[in-house]
Design a protein around this ligand. Sequence first.
Ligand code: PLP
Length: 382
Amino acid sequence: MSNQSQQISNSLVPEYIRSLQTYQAGKPIDELAREKGLTKISKLASNENPLGPSPFAIREMTNGLWDLHMYPDMHAYRLKTSLSKMYDLKLENIILGNGSEGIMAYIARAFLQPGLEVLTSENTFIGFYILAQSVGASVKQVSLTSDYRFDVKKMAEAITEKTKVIYIANPNNPTGTYITKDEFDYLMKYVPEHVLVILDEAYFEFAKQFDDYPDSMDYRYDNVITLRTFSKAYGLSGIRVGYGFGHQDLISNLTKVKLPFEPNLIAQLGAVGALKDTPHLQRTLENNMIQYSRCVDYLEKNDFVPIKSVTNFITIKTGSTEASDFLFDSLLNKGVIIRPLKVNRMPEFIRISLGTPEEMDHFFEAMDLVLPEYNKKFGRVK
Ligand SMILES: Cc1ncc(COP(=O)(O)O)c(C=O)c1O
């Protein structure tokens, strides 16, 4: 770019947009296979459902292909009706979007502007930070507790006049931990009515079995919005469907800034199909439970201390950025993709998504090959 066009661009683009970083997606599996000459790749990096989408979802989407010349139902009647029956809610309490991140974008558009603040934690999902910054709002982060959980006490203390949105990922990504019912009650005592609380429950299906996990459906706060997704336990990351539950007035205002035809026709159908397939969800949760204990056993046997997770991923401390990079690169060379956590400001940790039994075997075998050098290099004596 010439100096002159650089200047034009600087005056054209607001500073808060110029200072954002472009999202860096992971390498596509095919590209990695080609580059490294690998035939087997296990992607344990994005907390997807390793069992794939439900056949019910595929059938609905396949049938829907014949209607692609038409716009989607902008009210998404079938999908909202399925969700309203499942959670005993009115249609007016539900909003849908292109993934739960799509709904976060509506929230940023409707609630945030320069001068306002989002309060959240360090070491959490960064999607909402970026959306908040993209509309000029600032982000205030408090640290996690020593056991890697949102610190509700610190958050309550950090609320100011400027706070407009409080973002809580529950369970949290990338730590896999959650705030309890008591902690949620505690925080809500300090949240003023004009502050919106986002409870991002992307991993709800995995966590709901825990007695002290606060299922947000059991609460009726006017200033809380629950976000959930079809991307994780329902195995539909690729079609981008998320949903939000909240007070009717909140939802109707968010709907004003929503693009009318999101989610698209195929996405709506896939989600309707997925909700009907309870056995697929059950198989997903069972596989997750089994692979969770296998993975924890393996890691503990090899002297790692996994953070206790209630999700479909496990995060471990390597102790240094170099150790994390070494594990990431060495596993990549063996066809196993895990997630380094630099963008979450946890460079001395790595995250492993739980896969199929075969994918986990691949991970364990690759680790067996990598660990002798890792232990030597990083002074871990076995
Ligand atoms: C905590 C959390 N929230 C939201 C998302 C995004 O979900 P979606 O695919 O519904 O946009 C993710 C994805 O990794 C996540 O971990």
